[in-house]
Design a protein around this ligand. Structure first.
Ligand code: PGA
Length: 256
């Protein structure tokens, strides 16, 4: 399985800044066969960046998309419109769940819409701090995972990536704490077991599981060596080009 290094730029960078970043990144990035480097710019930048990108070297992701392809949905951008422009899309990121009130039902429709439009959804799941404190992590993870995948058939599971992002570890959280490799391993094991029980061993084995939450060049090596982790979803550290490149380099070394 490939290792995925995904930069989530959130609401940062103008289109011009995004283009300059991409230009510099492409200049330094060799063609890694087993490493999938992806950045998720704001929706506005996707079209120009899709013309600029060298898809042999890296890919683009959308940060979101709407579940209907066309219609009277003011302000939305559909996966049908993103089709061909991006290879991946984040779905159900915690900021969309908790700031923009997306629920599992909507997230499931978005996962299905992405797949329908040949875009690989990166389904983000993760518990908040109080859920962990009350011992509810396993229930939350199972609910978000199976809820988000509820419209995905057995055959389609291979078209999905899961990202485990404990909300309390995301750098924008008020008192963000670093997740430990043991904490991550426990939840990643649970994700894999839930996929296995629901879809069978063969289908479940092929699903990449990423980790995200305050990932930096200082901890990327430790997180990438957690058994069952196939890559990283990186927010704030991906905004600094040199640090993002360092993390890519670390991922390359971990694979060797
Ligand atoms: P962070 O963000 O790396 O800044 O914690 C990760 C994310 O929200 O995807």
């Amino acid at each position: 399985m490939k290792t995925y290094i995904v930069g989530n730029w959130k609401l940062n960078f103008t289109v011009g800044e995004a283009s300059i970043y991409l230009h510099k990144l492409l200049k330094t990035l060799p063609n890694y066969r087993d490493l999938e480097v992806v950045v998720a710019p704001s929706a506005l930048a996707l079209q120009p960046l899709s013309l600029q990108i060298d898809r042999h070297k890296m890919k683009l992701a959308a940060q979101n998309g709407f579940y209907r392809d066309t219609g009277a949905y003011t302000g939305e951008i559909s996966f049908a419109q993103l089709r061909g422009m991006v290879d991946y899309a984040l779905v159900g990121h915690s900021e969309r769940r908790y700031v923009l009130h997306e629920d599992d039902k909507m997230i499931a429709k978005k996962v299905a819409a992405a797949i329908r439009n040949r875009i690989t959804p990166i389904l983000c799941i993760g518990e908040i701090e109080s859920e962990r404190a009350f011992g509810e992590t396993a229930d939350v993870i199972r609910d978000q995972l199976l809820g988000g995948l509820s419209e995905v058939s057995d055959d389609e599971l291979s078209k999905v990536i899961i990202a485990y992002e404990p909300v309390w570890a995301i750098s924008s959280a008020k008192s963000a704490k670093l997740a430990t490799p043991d904490e991550i391993r426990e939840v990643v094991d649970l994700i894999r077991k839930t996929l296995l029980d629901t879809y069978g061993a063969k289908a479940a084995e092929g699903v990449p599981v990423l980790f995200g939450g305050s990932v930096s060049a200082a901890n990327a090596g430790a997180y990438l060596t957690v058994p069952g982790v196939n890559g990283l979803l990186i927010g704030s550290s991906s905004l600094i080009l040199s640090e993002f490149c360092d993390i890519i380099e670390i991922a390359k070394r971990v694979r060797e």
